[in-house]
Design a protein around this ligand. Structure first.
Ligand SMILES: Nc1ncnc2c1ncn2[C@@H]1O[C@H](COP(=O)(O)OP(=O)(O)OP(=O)(O)O)[C@@H](O)[C@H]1O
Ligand SMILES: O=P(O)(O)OC[C@H]1O[C@](O)(CO)[C@@H](O)[C@@H]1O
Ligand SMILES: [Mg+2]
Length: 319
């Protein structure tokens, strides 16, 4: 193993820089030349890369975003472009590649592995929607950002005796919504997995108002429905003044938390060790606090349901 590449792909996530740093430093520590591809798979297609050294990853462990930039590379859905990427990688002299990204990025890595370039996936996405791992890089920071914002909304909700309907990210997964709902004392969370009808939400808010509560937080996972429409329905059917807030991309930025920095560092280190052991077509995962690895296709077939015990607990004490 003489030369390995690293790239970030899909949506950015706080902690990706810490993962890049770990890959680069682990490679250097083991006598391997690391190179960083720019803008995800585009970097391989366009041979757009930087030779990485200790200096290039200095002072980045604490910063959000990704120094390698990221992208959704549409060409990669086509076999001919993936073959071109494989040939470029061979011309560059690449012996392996670490792909930091979500489930989509894993698929790209799976194809490159099949073509003969050893690839290891590292889970980097705020959504925590990768079934093979309990934890994805950026998830903790994103949730802490949500909590900070909803705490502020809660202050003004209390003053005005209002209901705040807050849309959070997560693509099709409600993990962010559920955990931030618990952490902010929300009266209701609505996700694609638990698509509570609006009339049930209204009834729940009314029932909770009868218990004496006069301000309400409802967390809606993106993909479920329009939060403005939900707020309007709550206001019309309960008489409670309601407002909608879409938190949006603020959830993707900011300095990574300790948890994200430590996990990103562990996962980046582990990925390079897998390449050194001659492994390919694997993804790094965290299971019960330990790092493990899975075959990419097996990992992509796994399911990660929402934690219904957590949901039921939240609803039982949401009054
Ligand atoms: N089926 C696929 N075949 C080949 N490449 C793919 C495939 N799916 C995704 N990719 C590559 O991975 C990139 C990122 O995928 P996607 O947009 O699904 O994000 P992700 O990696 O799941 O991250 P996130 O969901 O956090 O944004 C795509 O733009 C494409 O370059
Ligand atoms: O940055 P974009 O392309 O708007 O994508 C937004 C999507 O990316 C994520 O932030 C990360 O996958 C999702 O939560 C969201 O649905
Ligand atoms: Mg994804």
């Amino acid at each position: 193993m003489k030369k390995i590449g690293v790239l970030t792909s899909g949506g950015d996530a706080p902690g990706m820089n810490a993962a890049i740093r770990a890959v680069v430093k682990t490679a250097i520590a083991n006598g391997i030349q690391p190179i960083g591809f720019i803008k995800g798979y585009n970097g391989i297609l366009e041979k757009n890369y930087h030779v990485m050294d200790r200096e290039s990853v200095s002072g980045i462990i604490h910063s959000g975003g990704t120094i390698l930039k990221t992208a959704r590379c549409m060409e990669f859905y086509e076999a001919s472009y993936r073959e071109k990427a494989f040939h470029n990688a061979k011309e560059i002299g690449l012996d392996g590649l670490v792909v930091i990204g979500g489930d989509g990025s894993y698929r790209g890595a799976g194809y490159l592995s099949e073509l003969g370039l050893p690839c290891i996936g590292v889970p980097g996405t705020i959504d925590n929607d990768i079934a093979s791992t309990e934890y994805t890089i950026g998830y903790d920071t994103a949730m802490n950002t949500v909590v900070e914002c909803v705490d502020k909304l809660n202050d003004t909700c209390q003053s005005h005796e209002r209901c705040s309907v807050v849309e959070v990210m997560g693509r099709h997964a409600g993990h962010i919504a559920l955990n931030t709902g618990i952490a902010t004392g929300a009266v209701q969370i609505i996700t694609e997995e638990i698509p509570t009808p609006i009339d049930d939400v209204v009834e729940n808010v009314k029932k909770i108002r009868e218990s004496g509560k006069d301000h309400f937080i409802v967390i809606v996972s993106e993909g479920y429905g329009n939060p403005v429409e939900i707020a309007t329905q709550i206001q019309e059917k309960t008489g409670i003044d309601s407002r909608a807030t879409i938190l949006g991309h603020v959830q993707r930025g900011g300095n990574p938390t300790l948890k994200d920095r430590v996990n990103a560092t562990r996962m980046g280190y582990y990925a390079v060790k897998l390449l050194e052991e001659g492994k390919t077509n694997r993804v790094v995962a965290l299971q019960q606090g330990n790092l493990v690895d899975y075959d990419i296709q097996e990992a992509l077939k796994m399911k990660k349901p929402l934690d219904m015990d957590l949901y039921n607990m939240m609803m039982e004490i949401s009054f």
